[in-house]
Design a protein around this ligand. Sequence first.
Ligand SMILES: [Zn+2]
Length: 482
Amino acid sequence: MITLIKGSWVVGYDGERHRLITDGEVAYKDDRVIYVGRNYEGSPDNVINAKGKLVSPGLINIHAVTSICITHFRIDGIKNGGTLADRATTMQNLSNPINHLDGDDLKTSARFSMVELLKGGATTVGEITAFGTTGFQPPVEQPEEFVKVASNLGLRSYISHPYTDMKKFRNEKGETEYYHDATAGFKALDEAVKFVERHEGTHDDLIRTMLFPYMFDACSAELLKATRDKANGLDIPVHMHAAQYSGEYYETLRRYGKTPVHHLHDIGFLSEKTILTHLLFTSLNPQSQAPGLPQRDMRDIRMLAEKGATLGHTPLVWARIGLGLHSYAKFKEAGVNIGIGTDAWPMDMIMEMRSAVTTAKLMEGSRTAVTAADVFNAATLGGAKALGRNDLGRLAPGSKADIVLVNLRGFHTALVDDPIKSMVYFGNQNDVDTVIVDGKTVVENGKVPGVDLDKLVKEANAVNQQWKARYGYEYPDSFDPL
Ligand SMILES: [Zn+2]
């Protein structure tokens, strides 16, 4: 079946870069784009009138939680729950892990998160779990559920069974220490590989997989090297949180005498299918200081560029706690591939692109160093490159029919001069009208066919409150109750 979309603007791809086609058209047959241009001469079975809309390649949310993660509500401070467990508690938890999300709660949580991802304009998602366990890996029930929900909703996803082999705890002196269990780590890696073998390329290739050693400082060099070898053999991406916190940066200097990026470079971990998120504490960050390291040192950034590794950039969650990337402009200039993700809420790729470009300007002190086009490229071509996909993040004959129609006739976006700028600087997820993944319409008029959104919101709120109670966090209220 051939569908023709007639838009006010189409973002096409000329083989090297995006091009804007005013009054453009896109035709797709089944799961593939067959035509991008003007005045399609074939005879379509179906026509979508997208006047007033931008026809964009589907956005790639490279790093997004696919389950409810209450820690992301700790905005504006935290009342309790911020200290590490002591050694005894940590050991007890390791032998009998507490898993925070299971059964129906897990189902609701995954459905809620993935529905928002689609409504936020993502057609492909690099999944992160909320981890939600005190063990070395979450129960496999979690990623198995993500596969079910993503394939049911029609969301193209890269899913993993994450793992670590170290656990942080607080020693008697109040300092952070790490407990290492190599056997448990390798066992978890084996289970992650089995997960890959079960699901890679399933559900008409909608579901792909990756390896996800969860956090750099909670993984030994041996586990990371083994991860690299397995990922090379399986030819799949590796995704990892790295250089997120100053504590991790200094722990790495202590452990290896090198920065996190430098260490990853030297153990051969960096490659074209390596996604490192969030890379806030590289040698370029003036807060990452240590004897012998020059200020604002570009070496980490050059290593990333040289190896073709990707920065998974999620600016909004970090800006909310007062941290920024040093710096988008320097990563870009050095040639580091950048993908954009939302991490947590809101899972709004338009707002995230806006956060990326505005925080980049702020961090660089420059009006022009990073543009709307840069962050749009990152949210499309950059994400595709990270996943090794030349059929995603672009609209050209042969590419996947992953398409987003963004309404630019809202009052707030109505004064369109340049539709990319209008969307990035003025738009939001409510402007996402239609989302097509693999040639199937999964969001129509802002609604998800087959999903009762009001009911889902009620259920998700109940899960959130319940998990919050179990987890023991309290958040400060904005105002005292009357
Ligand atoms: Zn993250």
